[in-house]
Design a binder for this molecule. Structure first.
Ligand SMILES: C[S@@+](CC[C@H](N)C(=O)[O-])C[C@H]1O[C@@H](n2cnc3c(N)ncnc32)[C@H](O)[C@@H]1O
Length: 287
């Protein structure tokens, strides 16, 4: 039996397998399946029972299975449905009313590394070297914004892309900038990639010889849709003025200050610092 998930408290996550426990979440043989532990942690923190969870690129259905196991309602969409409870649909035009979702999770294609379907609308056919990939993802993010309730959360799981002989594509940073136009960043998690294919062949020797790096982690970006009153006229997220959770936000298992960890001073004053503002000590900063 795969290890049971636990609530993680740092921004570095690593999982022994795609699935946990003795149930199945998604399909571990599906290329590109999201580790179910990620969904378990996100849904524990940002949803409560009966909340509606949406995955616009559901793949093998990991989000749906974890959400239902935890007593949440879940709807999944994909251009290439792998099972009957996933609806065929383009993530840029979801058949959902505005502000219906309590949480949205997306694990999109990261450039053209995997062939998901023959559908010409598949974003996995767009090379992240070109602006068309980011334009398509911008439309997906706009659709997530439309369906998500104000004050609630979304998360996007993605990797940068490097292909030998081509420039490096910092997809994570570029998608983060796109999401930041609409949402408030809550946190960024680095998730260790456990790509079994890298254990075979001469990938590591080739990376040394070619002086490049293999992808070791994925980003998990967690964002919150601002309350209507803090959105400016263009619809972009204005800087947050309060750390207070939304009125209908779930009871979090861990409070905000604890989530940020012991090294984070939080929105108030730094630990040990007296009120009255920052006074330079005259000493050089420590490195
Ligand atoms: C990385 S996989 C998702 C994996 C999934 N989270 C799981 O655990 O199995 C990306 C998915 O995006 C889908 N996809 C690509 N372009 C899409 C689009 N325009 N609309 C909806 N789904 C799309 C692909 O068919 C593929 O299933």
């Amino acid at each position: 039996m795969a290890k049971k998930p636990t609530l993680l408290t740092t921004t570095l996550w690593d999982f022994p397998s795609q699935q946990y426990g003795d149930e199945q979440q998604g399909d571990k043989n599906y290329r590109g399946a999201t580790p179910a532990y990620i969904l378990w942690n996100l849904l524990q923190r940002y949803t409560r029972p009966s909340d509606l969870v949406i995955d616009p690129m559901a793949g093998s259905g990991t989000t749906l299975d974890v959400a239902r196991e935890l007593g949440r309602r879940a709807l999944g969409y994909d251009l290439q449905p792998t099972r009957p409870d996933i609806f065929r649909c383009d993530a840029r035009k979801l058949p959902l009313q505005d502000e219906k979702a309590a949480f949205v999770f997306i694990d999109p294609p990261y450039s053209t590394h995997l062939e998901y379907s023959d559908d010409p609308r598949c974003i996995g056919k767009l090379d992240a070297q070109h602006r068309e990939y980011y334009e398509a993802m911008e439309q997906v993010v706009a659709e997530v914004d439309r369906i998500l309730r104000p004050g609630r959360h979304m998360a996007l799981y993605v990797s940068d892309s490097f292909q030998k002989g081509k420039p490096f594509c910092p997809i994570g940073f570029d998608l983060f900038a796109i999401m930041r136009q609409r949402f408030e960043p809550v946190d960024i998690i680095a998730v260790t990639r456990r790509n079994k294919n890298l254990e075979k062949g001469n990938w590591h020797a080739a990376a040394v010889e070619g002086n490049y790096f293999l992808r070791g982690f994925n980003y998990l970006f967690i964002m919150r849709k601002p309350e209507a009153k803090v959105r400016d006229k263009r619809g972009a997220a204005a800087p947050r003025t309060s750390a207070a959770p939304a009125k209908d936000a779930p009871n979090r298992p861990v409070r905000h200050s604890i989530e940020r960890g012991p090294g984070h001073a939080g929105p108030g004053r730094a630990p040990g610092r007296k009120p009255g503002g920052f006074k330079p000590s005259g000493r050089k900063p420590e490195r």
